[in-house]
Design a binder for this molecule. Structure first.
Ligand code: HEC
Ligand code: HEC
Ligand code: HEC
Length: 245
């Protein structure tokens, strides 16, 4: 055995095979290095993917917390005694089918990242909340008109995207003739939901001058289709709508 070994190695070690062996060793080292690099790269990729997954989960969780009704409704006490209660008395809460619209359904744009940006911007509201004494009943009312106006313009700017995440315009079949006519007009002229359906679920707020002007402008830019002269304001109609039938 020993002799065999010696015989096998000795000629190699002394002969021209010497450089061959060291090349082999170099190749081996090179391969180990490469191997480590490849493994390293994979570990890197896996770690990166895990981090990505974790942060998505994190964002989703934060999104859930911030979007949840109890956050919107309770953490900001103001909301609880005002807009939240109003929603609970609305047709978006007490639906025959039990489908309920949450705060986020109407107020938070996009998913995940976009929603996070939205929440972040929303913390401006939180700041207003913290720097003002809302403990007195009715103290929110001071801020309501401006807030309502801001929300309306947000709906206006994104073409009532939040409404459309649930409602498909073409699929809505208004019961009354007035609704049918105005929806026909809305589709033809591309009038967005909020321009007609403001004061939807919260306490009625008179539209601002700017909002009224916007409605005017949008209605007048559409092609003139006969009898649509009066401003369509089902938002302000309520019981008045009943008379139509
Ligand atoms: C079905 C859609 C919808 C839902 C659900 C909804 N909102 Fe609104 N919200 C609106 C619209 C539309 C406005 C714009 C003002 C208006 O015309 O009523 C608004 C306005 C507001 C305003 C501005 C003040 C005001 O009274 O107009 C606040 C604050 C607000 N919403 C918070 C909430 C909170 C908190 C919830 C959940 C408890 C909620 N909203 C649920 C549609 C909705
Ligand atoms: C989460 C889904 C959802 C969102 C978002 C939503 N709605 Fe609704 N909406 C409903 C449901 C459910 C009803 C109850 C009637 C029904 O089942 O079809 C309803 C009813 C209505 C009605 C008839 C009852 C009423 O209050 O007069 C109008 C008008 C309406 N929605 C407009 C809007 C507008 C405008 C927006 C955007 C500001 C909006 N909706 C956002 C789900 C939604
Ligand atoms: C040009 C004005 C106008 C626009 C724009 C408009 N609507 Fe309406 N909508 C009406 C009127 C008017 C009614 C009937 C209200 C009534 O009779 O009580 C109505 C009725 C409805 C109803 C209730 C159907 C019923 O009779 O039960 C829903 C839901 C609705 N609209 C959703 C929307 C959504 C969502 C959008 C935007 C994609 C939209 N509307 C855009 C004027 C408009």
């Amino acid at each position: 055995m020993v002799e065999d070994n010696a015989v096998a190695v000795e000629p190699d070690a002394t002969g021209s095979a010497g450089p061959g062996a060291s090349r082999l060793r170099r190749m081996q080292e090179w391969w180990y290095r490469e191997f480590r690099r490849i493994i390293g790269a994979w570990v890197f990729v896996v770690v990166l993917l895990s981090l990505g997954a974790l942060s998505v989960a994190g964002i989703d969780f934060t999104d859930y917390i911030f979007s949840h009704n109890t956050f919107c409704g309770n953490v900001c006490h103001v909301m609880e005694s005002t807009v939240y209660q109003e929603l609970q008395q609305s047709k978006h809460w007490n639906t025959p089918t039990g489908v309920r619209a949450t705060c986020a359904d109407c107020h938070v744009d996009g998913r995940l990242t976009l929603a996070m940006i939205d929440h972040f911007l929303g913390t401006g509201e939180l700041f207003v909340n913290l720097t003002n004494d809302f403990s007195k009943p009715g103290s929110f009312e001071k801020f309501r008109p401006a807030a309502a106006d801001r929300e309306r313009f947000k709906f206006m700017e994104n073409d009532s995207a939040r409404c459309r995440s649930c409602h498909v315009m073409e699929a809505i079949k208004p019961e009354r003739v007035r609704g049918q006519n105005q929806h026909k007009e809305a589709v033809e002229k591309g009038i967005t939901c909020i321009l007609c359906h403001y004061n939807l679920v919260h306490k009625a707020v008179d539209p601002s001058e700017a909002f009224l002007n916007t409605i005017e402008a949008v209605l007048s830019t559409g092609e003139e289709t006969g009898e649509g002269e009066e401003a369509p304001t089902p938002g302000a109609q309520g019981e008045e709508g009943q008379e139509i039938l």
